[in-house]
Design a protein around this ligand. Structure first.
Ligand SMILES: Cc1ncc(COP(=O)(O)O)c(C=O)c1O
Length: 472
């Protein structure tokens, strides 16, 4: 606790350095301040163009999104999307009465995704857009918790100790869910033998207080799929032996928009009966700019009524389910635009292209002497690698990440979960826009930097990079 509060104060001190933001003399007009206090309200107004330039210049320091191979989140949309975005900036998703067309489009998107994920009756499913997969995952988790509470209460049993079973490779949003909603997380460790949660020893983790199991379609650390059908089969066995009927929520933050198009025969979605809900990020492989997630339930009957709130809509009431009240509606329109614009084939081609580039990059990186692949980028277009034992005397993957960063490439290195004994991996997320040409340039840069690091006759000086946390 003291460590994290220490980190927090250091971070706050860095953000609030108390300095002023200078204004380029060209913008210094009569009556204008010549600097802004960085973290206090300026005493008076300034011209829009001046404030714009200051914010624009500051945000320029963020780096080049196209070369950011750390993020899963969309960084490019076409001109028509941008036009639509600007037209729809003012829409508030909660105002269903004022923006009934946006509300109807949201409902259509939910039905389209329910269909894409093979819900038994897509027209009667329930689901919602959210700000991202984190919120969508929380809603999925909440519904599981509430269903479990109802069942326990009906049976006259205690609801004091809910737990959720998940792999140590889960994204931080699930740790938040457990923390914020008082659910005990039961982490199943991943290892060299079980690189993902695959049902192994699951019986040791579930019990009568288990609200559900999370299966990830595209583990954030590595991009690997967890075998949902195999996990469900293990839960079937457990049910036979114990009578416990445990549901699965699929975290398809990335895979929800890859598997249906590129691995259509893989049964991971509502075709697997234990799957009650699925979340995805519209702003990842859904290809929309940041700020959009989705969660869809198998059918209305798995959604406890008491989680639903009603807002006014066309003179009546519309059921809603969200953690936020106001939130932007524009991204929902962008998602629908892309569904119409790309269709099934278009999505398939975009995603397959990413998979091809990821496969190519993985193959090229595997050829380099110091590296061993953790996976090959054939699930979602994401893969990770690590250093072979003794392969590098004077450098680590953190040093390689730093060297690549000097050249503009963001290719993060980070520690795998605890039980993997200090294993560090480096990961590439291939998104729409990382062309074969760019991939070739990246491989060339990695080779150059590895040669440089290999030529060192002493270790790279380093701050405290080994303790870096990474939660993409
Ligand atoms: C598997 C998984 N779940 C959830 C999330 C959180 O998604 P979001 O950033 O859309 O909130 C991520 C983000 O990378 C993820 O990879």
């Amino acid at each position: 606790m003291s460590d994290s509060s220490g980190r927090l104060s250091k971070f706050m001190a860095q953000q609030n350095d108390g300095g002023d933001l200078d204004i380029n003399p060209i913008f210094t007009r009569p009556g204008e301040a010549t600097s802004y206090p960085a973290d206090r309200f300026p005493s008076s107004e300034s011209l829009p163009s001046t404030a714009y330039q200051v914010v624009h210049d500051q945000s320029m320091l963020d780096g080049n999104a196209r070369l950011n191979l750390a993020t899963f989140v969309g960084t490019w949309m076409d001109d028509e999307a941008v036009k639509l975005y600007t037209e729809a900036l003012d829409k508030n998703m909660i105002d269903k009465d004022e923006y009934p067309a946006t509300a109807a489009i949201e409902a259509r998107c939910v039905t389209m995704m329910a269909d894409l994920w093979n819900a038994p009756d897509p027209d009667t499913t329930i689901g919602t857009s959210t700000i991202g997969s984190s919120e969508a995952a929380m809603l999925g988790g909440l519904a599981m918790k509430r269903r479990w509470q109802h069942a326990r209460k009906a049976a006259g049993k205690s609801t004091d100790k809910p737990n959720l079973v998940l792999s140590t490779g889960v994204q931080v949003c699930w740790e938040k869910f457990c923390n914020y909603w008082d659910v005990e997380p039961r982490f199943v460790p991943i290892s060299y033998d079980h690189k993902v949660l695959d049902g192994y020893e699951l019986e040791k983790y579930v019990d009568e207080n288990t609200i559900g199991v999370v299966a990830i379609m595209g583990v954030t650390y590595t991009g690997m799929y967890e075998p949902v059908k195999q996990i469900a089969a293990k839960l079937d066995e457990i049910e036979k032996e114990t009578g416990l009927d445990i549901s699965i929520h699929v975290d398809g933050a990335s895979g929800g928009f890859i598997a249906p198009f590129c691995q259509p025969d893989l049964e991971w979605d509502f075709r697997v009966e234990r799957v009650v809900s699925i979340n995805t990020s519209g702003h990842k492989y859904g290809l929309v700019y940041p700020g959009l997630g989705w969660v869809v339930w198998r059918s209305k009957d798995v959604m406890p009524d008491d989680l639903i709130f009603y807002v006014s809509y066309l003179g009546g009431d519309m059921p809603t389910l969200a953690l936020n009240f106001s939130r932007p509606g524009a991204q929902v329109l962008l998602q629908y635009y892309l569904f119409l614009r790309l269709g099934f084939d278009g999505y398939q081609r975009v995603q397959q292209n990413c998979l091809d580039v990821a496969g190519y990059l993985a193959k090229e990186i595997a050829k380099l002497a110091p590296f061993e692949l953790w996976n090959d980028g054939s699930d979602i277009p994401v893969f990770a690698w690590y250093l072979k034992e003794g392969a590098s005397k004077n450098w680590t993957l953190y040093d390689l990440a730093d060297r690549l960063r000097l050249k503009g490439w963001l290719v993060p290195a980070y520690p795998m979960p605890d039980n993997l004994d200090g294993l560090t991996v480096q990961r590439i997320v291939v998104r729409n826009g990382l062309s074969h040409d760019l991939a070739d340039q990246l491989v060339a840069e990695i080779k150059t930097q590895v040669a440089f690091l290999d030529s060192l006759d002493g270790p790279m000086p380093r701050e405290d990079s080994v303790t870096k946390q990474f939660t993409h």
